[in-house]
Design a protein around this ligand. Structure first.
Ligand code: SAM
Length: 245
């Protein structure tokens, strides 16, 4: 039975097909949004991952901040708390997720929009910081590139991109070396294998150049013995000398 067909309403194909049971089905949304569940999915690392992300946001420019797609757990209210009195922008393609994010914050704290991360309606150079928390590994390569390109387009020079994600291929990690686990993980996360192979920095550099910008890795921290990674990229404008060559 192709249950995912019930969830296709304006939803990217990969999300409806591979993740309806995690993000689009209201019973699942209720189930997964419990701190012990989301913590278990991240092998008990949720707190560390969130803290590392928050600690970098402290240093990042906070003029206008976008959380690109909703997440389970308490990250969104934490971000809202740090940005106050400014509102946090949040974009997701799933209405049920936006409703959940709204339910965790007070009126006026969240500027929520329903958009596809691959082609957002925001104008260029509008955000000082964009935060992506475990989004990219759930996307097929083309959607991932489109989304990163949108980040490079909408982050202003002087801005920051904060990525919390799986680290590159963790060949030495005990979980990766245990074949049944590797099989389970890559079955549940069908695009993770391609994300593991991605050279994020060089991909971002290429995309930034397309938008007349530079990007460089400013800081990163491995978590859970290199299984996860929090990375901070800084965006700048291309010097006029290089641009006019
Ligand atoms: C951030 S990711 C993974 C979050 C992580 N597993 C967690 O909850 O901690 C999941 C979210 O991304 C959203 N999403 C996936 N692809 C998207 C796209 N192309 N545009 C907008 N939202 C998208 C889904 O609707 C879902 O709310």
């Amino acid at each position: 039975m192709k249950l995912y067909r019930h969830f296709q309403d304006g939803i990217p194909w990969y999300l409806a097909r591979h993740y309806w049971w995690a993000y689009l089905w209201s019973a699942a949304v209720w189930f997964f949004d419990h701190q012990p569940i989301i913590n278990a999915i991240l092998f008990g690392q949720y707190q560390k991952l969130m803290q590392a992300t928050m600690s970098r946001l402290e240093w990042a420019p906070k003029e206008r901040v976008l959380q690109l797609t909703c997440v389970y757990g308490k990250l969104t209210p934490k971000l809202v708390g740090m940005l106050q009195p400014k509102a946090l922008h949040i974009t997701d393609v799933a209405t049920v997720q936006l409703k959940l994010a709204r339910s965790k914050t007070s009126k006026g704290q969240l500027l929520a929009t329903r958009m596809n991360a691959e082609s957002m309606g925001y104008k260029q150079d509008i955000f000082s910081t964009i935060i992506l928390f475990f989004l990219l590994h759930e996307m097929p390569p083309e959607a991932r590139i489109n989304t990163l390109s949108e980040c490079m387009r909408t982050i202003m020079p002087g801005g920051t991109l904060l990525l919390t994600e799986y680290a590159p291929l963790p060949k030495q990690h005990c979980l990766y070396r245990f074949p049944p686990f590797r099989w389970l993980l890559t079955t549940l996360e069908p695009f993770l294998a391609s994300f593991w192979q991605l050279n994020l920095e060089s991909q971002l550099r290429e995309l930034a150049a397309m938008h007349g910008k530079n990007v460089s890795l400013h800081w990163s921290k491995n978590i859970f013995s290199g299984f996860y990674r929090v990375s901070e990229f800084r965006v700048s404008s291309v010097s006029p000398l290089i641009r006019d060559k």
